[in-house]
Design a binder for this molecule. Structure first.
Ligand SMILES: [Zn+2]
Length: 384
């Protein structure tokens, strides 16, 4: 993939979000109710002192003082009772975000996907047209078949700066109750480097493993649109990225569907890339249809993964672009900030450091939970 501009800049995210829980608000209220007995409010301080009316007969000042002390103790006790009650209620009704994210929010199993990732990486560097990619292809097709999906291929010849290359897109089809199609795509090739052993644990590897787990948990049939899990070949450029030297597989696939008059059946496309980073932060695809972004981001919030799905966007080129150009509503789900900082990204992305120790099962889990639950929501929107 390729970010169009300013993509290296990391926006600062405040890790310490305000916890305005009922408990903390009530604590503040209780403390304030105590404080207010001793201090005048700033508004009161600003006011000119009022003249004290003269009392005729009047009260005993010792009695007044005693009443004031008893009143203060009563207010303090009341504040403490309210505070304790608020903490009890709060703990019963609001599990913490960290507790929510630790649970599986879907049948998707991030650990199982991580084990698949080990197997994918064992094939070594997997550039388009290589023997290792052909071997991985056999593995992918086997796993999709075992999950009950109908598997087919689209083979094509691509002209690259390194000459003609044979490439193959793989499709695992989940039969829906409708013939219309939703595509979830990714690329299964890794970028070719003549001088380094680039295994692409995150870039190329993470989504390949993730797609196999998604196939397993969705299975042969689903209610809603037919789902195509597409593994695109030749996403990576040979050398410098350009319009003609990149996205070979997705461009060829869109042409293929157009030639068969099937493009209009594709109602939506979600492309996954680089979702395994242990420090998962997915920016919005700035150019995606708003409804598609909102559907996925609302789902992320609903299943407790909102921390990984950021509230701001960026422009990005990837396998969703040929679909978008062809009029298909399409979105990219990518963490194009590999590691915790922009400097770390620059040192890791497309380098020999893109290894399995930088990928986490929790990140595969988070994106798995979100997309698993977002698919029926996408169906629901399209049905409206
Ligand atoms: Zn890449």
């Amino acid at each position: 993939m390729h970010a169009k501009s300013c993509n290296e800049k990391r926006e600062t995210i405040n890790p310490c979000r305000k916890q305005n829980s009922f408990a903390s608000l009530t604590l503040r209220a209780a403390v304030c109710s105590i404080c207010v007995m001793d201090k005048k409010t700033s508004r009161d301080r600003a006011r000119p002192p009022r003249a004290i009316p003269k009392r005729h007969g009047g009260y005993d000042p010792r009695v007044v003082q005693r009443v004031a002390v008893i009143g203060s103790i009563a207010v303090v006790c009341l504040g403490l009772v309210v505070l304790v009650a608020a903490i009890v209620i709060s703990e019963r009704t609001e599990p913490s975000v960290s507790a929510k994210t630790l649970e599986h929010q879907s049948p998707f199993d991030g650990k199982r996907a991580y084990e698949d990732l080990r197997k994918v990486l064992a094939f070594g560097p997997r550039p388009a047209g290589s023997d290792s990619l052909a071997k991985l292809r056999v593995f992918i097709k086997d796993e999709l078949s075992k999950a009950g999906l109908r598997v087919w291929e689209q083979a094509f010849e691509a002209s690259t700066p390194m000459g003609k290359r044979s490439m193959v897109n793989i499709v695992g089809a989940v039969e829906g109750t409708s013939d219309d199609i939703i595509i979830v795509g990714n690329h299964y090739d890794t970028k070719y480097f003549p001088d380094i052993a680039f295994v692409g644990a995150n870039d190329g590897g993470s989504t390949t493993a993730w797609m196999l787990e998604m196939a397993r948990v969705i299975g042969a049939k689903r209610t809603g649109r037919t789902l195509w899990l597409c593994f695109f070949d030749g996403e990576e450029a040979f050398g410098e990225w350009s319009k003609t030297n990149s996205l070979y597989g997705s461009r060829a696939f869109v042409d293929y569907l157009r030639g068969r008059g099937e493009l209009s059946k594709v109602n939506a496309m979600v492309n996954m890339d680089m979702i395994g980073d242990c420090d998962l932060d997915i920016r919005q695809d700035r150019d995606a249809p708003e409804w598609l972004t909102q559907t996925i981001w609302d789902t992320a919030r609903r299943v407790g993964h909102e921390r990984a799905f950021l509230a701001f966007g960026h422009p990005i080129d990837d396998d969703h672009i040929p679909f978008r150009r062809a009029g298909v509503p399409a979105i990219e789900i990518i963490d194009f900030n590999y590691g915790a900082t922009a400097q770390e990204h620059a040192k890791t992305w497309h380098t020999a450091r893109d290894t399995i120790d930088r990928v986490c099962a929790d990140s595969l889990q988070a994106t798995g939970d979100v997309i698993y639950h977002a698919l029926p929501e996408i169906d629901g929107f399209l049905d409206m």
